[in-house]
Design a protein around this ligand. Structure first.
Ligand code: HEC
Ligand code: HEC
Length: 289
């Protein structure tokens, strides 16, 4: 390597004097446009730091002469959105559930608000689209445990099921085996009977014996037909829709020691407008009556 700067005979440009194995490095100046762009970005950054919040200090930051704040601008956006919504919100507050359903813009607003409230408050149990999970009812279909009218859904959301609310909907299926209300062989029989009325494979003789047990022990809530009673929150046992699963083992587990799931109440956790929006949203998911 040598440090001799000289003029390159091919390009006529000065070399840096660096040379490796006979290859010499040209000392080409930066293009003008690049240099000016570079200077411009420096000037821009200085101007930006003066105008906008930029430099962190120990417990604060430089505010900049324009005093812009993203937080403030979001706050103003939210305030504007509230303002725009407040008309609709107060109309929803005053309207009955049926009226909301009938008036297109109220209905649309309620469904949109209900959808986002559902995602935040309900989806962890009922699934993001309301499709449910074992123990948590599907809210999309027209099989209801407690009822699918607009009023009923609204009430369920307000007071909950087996919740801590004083007006909660309440009914508990007894734990027939655990609390020794039935001997094990009668539990087996009545499970076969439930399999029979729900149209599944079953042991015929056992199911015949189970019929008597059912009429005596179960019909008060699930009705003689086994079709259940929504007033009592007793599920229909004759359809293919199950809260806890319809196979022999699941049914047996329920009869032996039912879970009696809890649906929380939202009376003091969600405002009345949001609860109405949720009722409208759930009602229009597909199973509303
Ligand atoms: C902690 C879990 C949980 C959360 C959160 C929850 N639910 Fe429920 N929900 C339940 C359970 C469990 C039941 C069924 C209770 C039973 O066994 O009868 C239920 C039942 C219902 C029913 C009655 C369904 C039927 O078939 O009659 C409706 C309607 C309902 N939930 C709506 C909602 C809405 C709307 C929200 C949100 C505001 C919500 N739930 C939040 C657990 C939950
Ligand atoms: C006091 C009322 C009551 C009586 C009596 C009762 N049940 Fe129930 N049953 C319920 C309720 C309420 C539920 C829903 C439990 C829940 O939501 O966790 C239920 C749920 C069930 C389920 C689960 C249904 C599903 O969709 O997964 C089965 C099966 C069942 N009962 C069978 C029986 C049988 C068999 C008897 C009689 C031996 C009986 N029940 C007696 C109230 C009753």
């Amino acid at each position: 390597m040598s440090d001799k700067r000289e003029i390159d005979p091919v390009t006529g440009q000065e070399t840096t004097g660096h040379e490796w194995d006979g290859i010499r490095e040209l000392d080409t100046p930066m293009p003008r446009w690049w240099l000016w762009t570079f200077y411009a970005t420096i000037a821009w950054s200085v101007a930006y730091m003066i105008a906008m919040p930029a430099i962190p200090l120990v417990s604060d930051y430089t505010k900049g002469v324009l005093g812009y704040s993203q937080r403030e601008s979001v706050r103003m956006d939210i305030a504007e959105a509230r303002e725009a919504q407040s008309g609709l919100r107060s109309r929803i507050e005053e309207a009955s559930l049926e009226e909301i359903l009938d008036v297109a813009d109220l209905r649309e607003f309620a469904v949109a608000g209900g959808q986002s409230a559902f995602a935040v408050n309900c989806s962890q149990c009922h699934g993001s689209g309301g499709a449910g999970a074992p123990g948590y009812p599907n809210l999309n279909d027209d099989a209801w445990v407690w009822g699918g009218s607009l009023e009923r859904i609204h009430e369920i959301i307000r007071v909950g099921i087996r919740s801590e609310h004083p007006d909660t909907l309440f009914n508990e299926m007894p734990a027939f085996l655990k609390d020794e209300l039935l001997p094990r062989d009668q539990v087996d029989d009545v499970v076969e009977y439930v399999l029979a009325i729900s149209g599944q494979d079953h042991e015929v003789e056992s199911a015949d014996r189970g019929r008597g047990v059912f009429l005596e022990q179960c019909a008060a809530c699930h009705m003689e037909s086994g079709k259940g009673d929504r007033e009592l929150g007793a599920p229909n046992l004759t359809d293919a829709i199950w809260l806890y699963g319809g196979d022999r083992e699941s049914i047996w587990n329920t009869v032996a020691d039912p879970r009696n799931g809890v649906m929380p109440n939202w009376d003091d956790k969600l405002d009345p407008v949001t609860r109405k929006q949720l009722a409208i949203y759930v009602h229009q998911l597909g199973g509303g009556e």
